[in-house]
Design a protein around this ligand. Structure first.
Ligand code: GUN
Ligand code: ZN
Length: 432
């Protein structure tokens, strides 16, 4: 049995602040003692000397302890092409992305890149992510091996593509599903690892592959389905051309059986009310990728359309590396705030931190395991340093309330604000 404790200001959400009174949606303890036993949170309570007796207590001042951030959509192979100049989605895929992904036929390249990617996630405070590998099964093996070594709760899967990509990245009919099934059976539920069936997006899969992917996903309760939806207007036109008989982009996925609980759709920018209604009805989740959407010039996610109390849609935040430009969920929130402003909406700090933690866990159907600081939850937590930079230290003097401090954190904070990251109670990153 291992027992340890962390002491400091602690923030966790108890319900969704978009749908409830914000001030009743969270718990903040100025001086909390969080006791961790065997990778799980044993207790969270105001500090008391008796409770800390005999424990190795790590104390954090000028900081806020919160659940580890959750990144609901990202591509580990694309860490190699962050900051690739000048294109929109379809040209960006052809010019940079497919070229980079070909390297993952080599397991050594995959292993090396997976390690760098995971280290960067942890440095930025993300303890869970939903990750695209490449079409190569060895890219999936490399990612899960590296993630299992860290002990992080990760969702990942083999990309499925059988048309409209370079020949060396295309699945052979029949092999695609067999390989996915083998990886799913090996890794889904192996320790903290979870599998996502991963058709890249409608244009790069034939109807046969979409249908087979849905069948595989539905055969394994608890597994995930991840893909891209409605990111770019040229992509939308292409989908209409490829699937003329379908009413909308989402209708393509729905037609082949790919929409339901534990399905996660990246971007979701150019959607109509019917689409939001289906998401709500079917329990599917949207991954909001603001840095990517701005970088590629894709558009602005309609956050307030998604977060309607009368037809709620699950929304998580996402980096979408390498179209996204930051691993930091703080920087992602910074851009999410601006994207919301462009649609006339205001993303509050409490809403933002909810999206980055418990909201993400709900989007990934993991809200009973991660995303909260509460007894029985997995001990993935981060320590955010309120004085991480000279500017933050100066600015924080003039931030009175918790909401003000959080808003400054999500506006000017980044990886430097993550003082420590704990994965299943073990310190996996320490700044300094
Ligand atoms: N749509 C299909 N594939 C991709 C990808 O790799 N990145 C992004 N941003 N959109 C996609
Ligand atoms: Zn993506």
């Amino acid at each position: 049995m291992s027992l340890s404790a962390i002491r400091g200001a602690a923030l966790t959400f108890t319900q969704d602040p978009f749908f409830n009174k914000p001030e009743e949606s969270y718990s903040f303890i100025e001086d909390a003692l969080i006791v961790i036993q065997d990778g799980l949170i044993k207790s969270v309570a105001p500090y008391a000397a008796e409770a800390a007796e005999g424990l190795a207590v790590e104390r954090h001042e000028d900081a806020i302890i919160c659940p580890g951030f959750i990144d609901c959509h990202t591509h580990y192979p694309q860490i190699r092409i962050i900051g690739a100049f000048g294109e929109q989605l379809l040209e960006w895929l052809n010019t940079y992305t497919f070229a980079a992904e070909q390297a993952f036929a080599d397991p050594d390249q995959a292993r090396m890149t997976a390690r760098v990617f995971l280290a960067e996630l942890l440095r930025c405070g993300a303890t869970t992510a939903a990750v695209y590998c490449t079409v190569h099964p060895q890219s999936v093996e490399a990612f899960f091996e590296a993630s299992a070594e860290v002990g992080a709760r990760m969702i990942a899967g083999k990309v499925l593509m059988d048309r409209n990509a370079p020949a060396s990245l295309l699945d052979a009919a029949g092999r695609d599903i067999e390989e996915s099934r083998r990886l799913l059976e090996k890794w889904h539920g192996h320790g903290r690892q979870l599998y996502a069936v991963t058709p890249r997006f409608a244009p790069s899969s034939t109807p046969r592959q979409l249908e087979a992917a849905a069948r595989l996903w539905r055969e394994y309760p608890g597994s995930y389905l991840q893909t891209h939806l409605s990111e770019n207007v040229a992509e939308l036109a292409w989908v209409r051309e490829l699937f003329p008989e379908r009413g909308s982009y989402l209708d393509v996925y729905n037609h082949y059986g790919l929409v339901g609980p534990r399905s996660i759709f990246g971007h979701c920018i150019h959607l109509e009310e019917d689409d939001f209604a289906r998401f709500s009805r079917d329990g599917a989740a949207m991954a909001h990728c603001p840095t990517s959407n701005l970088f590629l010039g894709s558009g602005f996610f309609k956050l307030l359309e998604a977060k309607k109390k009368w037809r709620p849609v699950k929304v998580g935040l996402a980096s979408d590396i390498g179209a996204g430009t930051s691993f930091s969920m703080l920087q992602t929130l910074n851009e999410a705030y601006k994207a919301a402003r462009m649609t006339g909406a205001r993303l509050t700090a409490l809403e933002g931190f909810y999206l980055a933690t418990r909201g993400g866990a709900e989007a990934l159907d993991l809200a009973d395991k991660i995303g909260s600081l509460a007894p029985g939850f997995e001990a993935d937590l981060i320590v955010l340093d309120l004085k991480a930079t000279p500017l933050m230290e100066f600015r924080m003097q003039y931030a009175g309330t918790l909401a003000e401090k959080l808003f400054v954190l999500m506006t000017i904070g980044d990886d430097r604000a993550v003082r420590a990251t704990y994965v299943a109670g073990r310190k996996a990153h320490w700044r300094g």
